[in-house]
Design a protein around this ligand. Sequence first.
Ligand code: HEM
Length: 153
Amino acid sequence: MDSDPSAFPLSLASRRMGAVMIFSLLGVMFGGAVLTYRLVALPAYLASPLHQDLWRAGHAHAALFLVLTLVCLPWIDAARFSEALRWGVRVLISSASVTFPAAFFFAAPTPAAVEATPALWLLVPGAILLASGLLLLVWGLLRRAPNSSHTHP
Ligand code: HEM
C-alpha cells in the first residue's frame, strides 16, 4: 500500500527538525567508531578512567538526547502552544544534544587529563535549558483550550 506523507501527523517544522536529528545520529555513529578505535588501539585511552568515562558519557548523551528530541517532536506538535513557543520548546529540548556532549568531551579533552576541566559546568545551564523545555512541554500538553469549561481536552 502506498503511504501518503502528507497524512503523517507531523508539522513541516517537526519533519525538518526530525531530519536534522536523524542525520546527526550519523555523527554519533562516527563518534562510536572513534571510541571503538581508541578502545582497541590507544592504550592511553584505557589507562585514563576519567577520560574514558567522560567520553563514553559524551557519546551516550549525544545519542540519548537526539532520540529524546525525536520522541518529543510529535508531542510538541500536539501541545497547546503558539508557533513561537513551539519553536522555543523544540530548541530548548534539542539543545541538550549539544550542551551535554560538549560538557563531557571538553571536561577531559585528552587521556592526560587527571581532573575534569571547568567545561563540565556546562552541564548546569544545559540541564536548566532541558528541564525548562520539558516542563513547558508538560504544561502545553495539560493546559485546557481557551474558553473550554468542560472536562474534555
Ligand atoms: C557506528 C556506530 C556506533 C559505534 C561503533 C558505537 C560504539 C560504542 C562504544 C565503543 C561504546 C563504549 C565506549 C566505552 O565504554 O568506552 C558505546 C557506548 C554507547 N553507545 Fe555507541 N556506538 C555507535 C552508535 C551508537 C548509537 C547510534 C547509539 C544510540 C542511538 C549509541 C548509544 C550508546 C550508548 C547509550 C552508550 C553507553 C553505553 C554504556 O556505557 O552502558 N551508540 N558505543
